[in-house]
Write a protein that binds this ligand. Structure first.
Ligand code: URA
Length: 205
């Protein structure tokens, strides 16, 4: 079966895909991105975990709670942003997605980014950061920094962040994670900044 036969889409949502045999066997469902179709911020994680696989939405487990807290601190609600993953199906035993799985799922992410056309993409953790920026990334030291990646048909600004789960294993990372989300909101001119009539600072980059 070639890729054209293996994947079906409704807008940015993938409704059928069997490109990755190990993921097709393991998943309960395909977990598509969630949030406004014109969100200014697109958060990109790695792959769904157990809770996401069960509920069908990204970042609804403990990592999602951490993300929601950081958004709230920045003056945003989950409903203000779009959240998705590099890979839409849960890997067995929560292992990292393989390079082949990231590549297979890439056009789904490209289609979503092209449809949403966010002002800023935020990569949550090492896997999405390295996948999108196509280089090695030291997320702890680079958190909050902005780079550029080709995604959804054009070059886009990408802000590197820790994965929210990192703060569950190491509470000292919480501040850096919260600061990266606040910086993303400030750069896009939304949240607390937006309430004050703030403007996107992305022209500085
Ligand atoms: N971790 C991720 O990278 N994505 C999710 O959706 C949940 C946890």
């Amino acid at each position: 079966m070639d890729d054209t036969d293996a994947a079906r889409r409704e807008g940015p949502d993938v409704v059928a895909c069997e490109r990755c045999p190990a993921l097709t066997d393991c998943r309960s469902r395909i977990v598509n991105g969630d949030g406004p179709g014109d969100a200014p911020l697109l958060f990109v994680g790695e792959a769904p975990g157990e809770t996401e696989d069960r509920e069908g939405s990204p970042f609804v487990g403990r990592s999602g709670d951490v993300l929601d807290d950081a958004l709230r601190d920045a003056g945003l609600a989950r409903a203000d942003v779009r959240v998705t993953n590099c890979v839409r199906c849960r890997p067995p035993d929560n292992r990292d997605p393989t390079a082949a799985e990231l590549t297979s799922c890439r056009d789904h992410l490209d289609a979503e980014a092209a449809a949403v056309d966010p002002d800023l993409v935020v990569t949550l953790g090492k896997v999405p950061s390295e996948h999108l920026l196509d280089r090695s990334v030291a997320v702890t030291s680079e958190a909050g920094s902005v780079d550029e990646a080709r995604l959804g048909g054009r070059a886009r600004r990408v802000l590197v962040s820790l994965h929210p789960a990192a703060t569950l294993y190491d509470a000292s990372q919480r501040e850096a994670f919260t600061a990266a989300v606040a910086e993303a909101a400030a750069l896009a001119g939304v949240g607390d900044d937006g309430d004050d009539g703030g403007q996107s600072r992305l022209g500085d980059y």
